[in-house]
Design a protein around this ligand. Structure first.
Ligand code: BTN
Length: 246
């Protein structure tokens, strides 16, 4: 996959570029990477700050033969692959906050957005969007993001990251783990995710469309949801949403 990266300068969002390629029949693993995004998107309709030449803003086409209900597993797989590549290439001790935010020093270093396109009721393709704050300085962040976002440069003691090398390592990890997943199922991915998680064992607030509750994160369910023990001792699974750790 690392060999097929298409590099662009400024785009609206690499998600849209990758979608166009997927609609045109692009092969699995086709990747678009941009220097800057003017309309970078995050989860839950948020904007994704993507300044020029500072990060890895990329999207890749996946065509998994999977039921739609299992796509949350792919999201977790992407988090594991990126976390592994970051640790290997930069030595920054990144960890995963459920479902797939990567944190370092308690702040966010990477976000992943998995979008699925459906056809005749089934999965047609997925676009996995990966945003890694590689070489952003504190000043590159708008005021409102400063306490929330960090970068590999900041967490790595001021050493700039070779973005090409890291992007290639991410794609190599993703390709490897994706094949493991297709052959052996979710269990190996789940174990890796659990070993890299900064969420498990923690008290969390869970924000879902149903409201906000307090619970302890105790594990992952088989389809990639987060298992939570609520105040009455009951274990429930949350498939999507957001948690706050405290
Ligand atoms: C999140 O944490 O909310 C997910 C952020 C995903 C950002 C990446 S950057 C490359 C790709 N293009 C986008 O517009 N979004 C994703």
């Amino acid at each position: 996959w690392a060999k097929g990266i298409q590099r662009l300068d400024t785009v609206g969002s690499t998600q849209e570029e990758a979608k166009l390629l997927a609609e045109g029949g692009a092969m699995e693993g086709t990747t678009v990477m941009a220097e800057a995004q003017t309309g970078g998107r995050g989860r839950m309709g948020r904007k994704w700050h993507s300044p020029h030449g500072k990060g890895i803003w990329m999207s890749l086409v996946l065509r998994p033969a999977l039921p739609l209900a299992l796509t949350p597993q792919l999201t977790l797989l992407a988090g594991v692959a990126v976390c592994t590549a970051i640790r290997e290439v930069t030595g920054v001790p990144a960890g995963i906050k459920w479902p797939n935010d990567l944190l370092a020093g308690g702040r966010k270093i990477c976000g992943i957005l998995l979008e699925s396109s459906l056809r005749e009721g089934g999965l047609h393709y997925c676009i996995a969007g990966i945003g890694i704050a590689a070489n952003l300085t504190e000043e590159d962040y708008p005021e409102e993001l400063r306490g929330i976002g960090t970068s590999l440069l900041i967490e790595g003691g001021g050493i700039p990251v070779d973005r090409t090398r890291l992007a290639e390592a991410v794609l190599e990890e993703l390709e490897y783990l994706y094949h493991v997943y297709m052959e052996q199922g979710f269990q190996p991915v789940k174990e890796l995710w659990e070993s890299m998680s900064v969420t498990l064992g923690r008290q969390v607030y869970v924000n879902t469309p149903q409201g906000r509750t307090e619970a302890t994160a105790v594990g992952l369910s088989d389809n990639g949801g987060l298992l939570l023990r609520n105040e009455s001792g009951e274990v429930v699974s949350v498939l999507s949403g957001e948690i706050e750790m405290f």
